[in-house]
Ligand binder design. Structure first.
Ligand SMILES: [Zn+2]
Length: 458
């Protein structure tokens, strides 16, 4: 039986889906306004690991939804700066679609496959559902209209409902009339939060009429996940995932909105991955330890090694990213591949170790014990075909290729190589060289052969 650490119960709990034939899983997705950093990516690698375990380990049918926040303060501001002459909505969509592409490219490199998602709804495609939920909350007396915006009325909500199910909050200081238009606030500031923001000059907006008020504007951030989760999967969800920084206010507010409007729980299980530390410190722009996937690749680490590092460090621990820890992950992966390729025939069958592996994964995805089981299989006197079969399954479970021959060359690398062939034909050797360097920088070896070229993973 699979046990998962449920933030709402603050303990490990046996996981059973509401409908035994299907697991409804929702992950808070990115705000598509810049290049994601590896701290963000950790959350998606964790969700993918959970998805894969449910699918390949537990043999569940999983419907996984991850939203894309394509309207908020940051996307609006940046899109206005980048495309000042365009109309507001076109600029917003042009700007966010670019970073959506960047995001899915990063996911693809980390072997989080787009086909794994049941749906990736964009916020701007669910505005009607967000208006509906805002209206429901308002009509039930848990929202108020102030200066063209709609705020969730926490004071009236906490009279008959719990707020602070995921983290302990000091609600004694909750006073009526303190409110915030900002989506991200500090833990001490429990305030009425915004459901619908009235339009400011030069911003994109949608029409909204509520209780005789003309409320041109756009949705707040928190209302997105409640509306889209409900519209696509139906609440309550089996599992809701996100980074630990989202527990408050985002997830607390999601719970309050769905309770106030739909009168439904949001999710049975809340799973949160811990922060990523970089060189022992919290990652931040001002400390200069703020890395994107491309930054790490430039340092010489492959996307596979990065995925390996995240998968085999437990999602619930504050893991420390450094050159040394990535180097160690990279070496362990190389070591596994090498041991698999030179594996000798053995006499023992693997059933006991296999059971231990399953036991570890079913204990809140204890991947480090699972990895220790895998190393034992490689080093011990085990039957070769059973070990091979096991590692083939493990490739699906972890999304990492353990057999050399399975290392697929991604399409973008092949494209670079093809462009280089073309450049050589045109005798543009400078371009050919720079393309070659690009391929090497991405972690591949390129060799010219008689018929063309050969690419291998470094
Ligand atoms: Zn969310």
């Amino acid at each position: 039986m699979l046990k998962l650490f449920n933030t709402i119960r603050k303990e490990k709990q046996e996981f059973r889906p509401i409908n035994k034939d299907e697991v409804k899983m929702y992950s808070c997705g990115p705000t598509v306004y810049n290049y994601p950093h590896v701290g963000n990516l950790r959350a998606f690698i964790f969700a993918d690991t959970l998805y894969r375990w449910l699918k390949y380990g537990e043999k569940c049918n999983v419907k996984w939804v991850m939203n894309l926040t394509d309207v908020d303060d940051k996307t609006i501001k940046n899109s206005r700066e980048k495309y000042p002459k365009m109309d507001e909505k076109t600029a917003l969509s042009k700007y966010t679609l670019y970073y959506e592409g960047v995001f899915f490219d990063d996911l693809a490199e980390l072997n989080i496959q787009k086909e794994s998602f049941f749906n990736n709804p964009r916020a701007t495609e669910y505005i009607e559902e967000m208006k509906d939920l805002t209206r429901m909350i308002y009509e039930k007396g848990y929202a108020k209209i102030i200066e063209g915006s709609v705020f969730f009325d926490l004071v009236s909500y906490v009279k008959s409902n719990d707020y602070g199910k995921l983290i302990n909050l000091d609600l004694d200081n909750l006073k009526t009339g303190t409110r915030t238009l900002s989506d991200e606030i500090e833990k001490e500031n429990v305030q009425d939060f915004v459901l619908w923001k009235g339009v400011k000059k030069g911003e994109p907006y949608w029409d909204f009429e509520l209780d005789g008020h003309d409320l041109k504007g756009r949705p707040g951030w928190h209302i997105e996940c409640s509306s889209m989760g409900h519209a696509i999967l139906g609440l309550p969800l089996d599992i809701h995932t996100g980074g630990v920084d989202l527990t408050f206010p985002h997830h607390e507010n999601e719970i309050a909105q769905a309770q106030a409007g739909y009168e439904l729980d949001t999710a049975n299980f809340w799973l949160h991955n811990e922060h990523l530390m970089v060189d022992g410190k919290k990652m931040s722009k001002s400390l200069g330890n703020f890395y994107t996937l491309a930054d790490l690749r430039e340092k010489g680490f492959s996307a596979e090694a990065i995925r390996f590092f995240f998968v085999f460090n437990h999602y619930g621990s504050k893991v420390n990213l450094s050159d040394e820890s990535l180097e160690a992950a990279s070496n362990t992966l190389k070591n596994i591949r090498n041991l698999l390729s030179i594996k000798k025939e053995g006499s023992k069958d693997i059933v006991d170790i296999r059971d231990r592996f399953y036991g570890a994964m079913r204990d809140d995805l204890n991947t480090s014990v699972a990895l220790a089981c895998m190393m034992e299989l490689l080093k011990g006197d085990y039957k070769k075909d059973e070990v091979s079969q096991f590692f083939k399954e493990a490739e699906d479970i972890f999304g990492i290729y353990f057999f050399e021959k399975n290392v697929k060359i991604p399409q973008d690398i092949i494209d670079l190589a093809e462009r280089r062939v073309e450049a050589k034909k045109q005798k543009d050797y400078q371009l050919a060289d720079s393309l070659r360097n690009e391929i090497i920088a991405k972690g591949y070896e390129l060799r010219d052969t008689q018929g063309g070229y050969e690419i291998k993973k470094q």
